[in-house]
Design a protein around this ligand. Structure first.
Ligand code: R5P
Length: 278
């Protein structure tokens, strides 16, 4: 791994803790204005100071992210299908490596649809992305998307994550499952956990904690943050869990103590300046 790629990887996985809080706000690429992200800029702007990396589409980055903001960007590089179309799982490449570089992103995320009818296409396209990323020192993250008919169990997710690593992924994003340590053990590259649909705060925090305890380097979480009653308090609670070794109960207590506050975090909380050090 050359200097540029290492430098980009350290922007995603903070060297001080070896962990990562990636904020997933790419959902509109197949869902449109999903709940919590109807006004993307208004929803995401207050969360940016608390994430290590933003996972978003190039369109929303260009239209809604102030280029003066010092936040590393991972770009959603697959898509083309929608929740209302006939073949949601038939994604293809949606951005060129030139545009990834033009946007000064640290890397891309690409969905590999293992077990779906189009798995071959997505694996081969992901492999092309690995070549492009290797050429320019970018990070290639494989997103192990799961179709409706596939079980999110350790057997399936181990298969998908291992395939991602074998095809050259630098990071793998996957879902939590029972026996998650088996998924991590058989995948030699860092894993970040996707959050999935909105669940109660303690459950989401416990799931993230369990994923990290099982060996994940962090999360790439979306709905459980931006659909929370107070997303700013929630992202700080997740941050406490990931970077400050809070237990799920401590993180929930933090959330409950801060959730009524709207706007910037209370000074007694995990301030943006403080969190940016890790
Ligand atoms: C993945 O394919 C999606 O586009 C999201 O990035 C991913 O699902 C993570 O977000 P959430 O925590 O809402 O599941």
């Amino acid at each position: 791994m050359d200097w540029g790629m290492k430098n980009r990887l350290y922007k995603i996985i903070r060297p001080k803790t070896g962990r990562s809080l990636m904020l997933a706000v790419d959902h509109g690429y197949f869902l449109g204005p999903t709940t919590g992200l109807e006004d993307w800029k208004k929803a995401v702007d207050p969360l940016i100071p608390y994430c290590d990396t933003l996972f978003a589409t190039r369109g929303m980055v260009r239209a809604c992210v102030d280029p003066r903001k010092n936040v590393p960007i991972m770009l959603r590089a697959s898509g083309g299908t929608s929740i209302v179309g006939p073949e949601l799982l038939h994604e293809g490449i949606t951005i060129s490596v030139e545009d990834v570089l033009r946007l000064n992103a640290v890397g891309i995320g690409y969905s590999i649809l293992v077990g779906a009818p189009w798995e071959r296409d997505t694996m081969l396209d992901f492999s092309k992305w690995v070549d492009d990323c290797e050429r320019y020192g970018l990070i290639a993250m494989a997103v192990t998307a799961v179709g409706k008919d596939m079980a999110k169990d350790a057997r399936y997710l181990s298969l998908a994550c291992r395939m991602a690593a074998e095809h050259g992924a630098h990071i793998v994003k996957t879902y939590y499952c029972d026996g998650f340590e088996k998924v991590v053990e058989s995948c030699p590259v860092p894993i970040v956990m996707a959050g999935g649909k909105k669940i109660p705060e303690l459950e989401a925090l416990t799931m993230a904690h369990n994923a990290i305890s099982a060996g994940a380097v962090g999360v790439d979480m979306g709905r459980n943050i931006f659909q929370a009653d107070d997303p700013v308090a929630m992202i700080q609670a997740v941050r406490g869990l990931i970077h400050k070794k809070m237990t799920p109960k401590e993180a929930l207590q933090f959330y409950n103590e801060h959730k009524k506050a709207s706007g910037p975090a209370k000074k007694s909380g995990i301030a943006a300046d403080d969190t940016k050090k890790v």
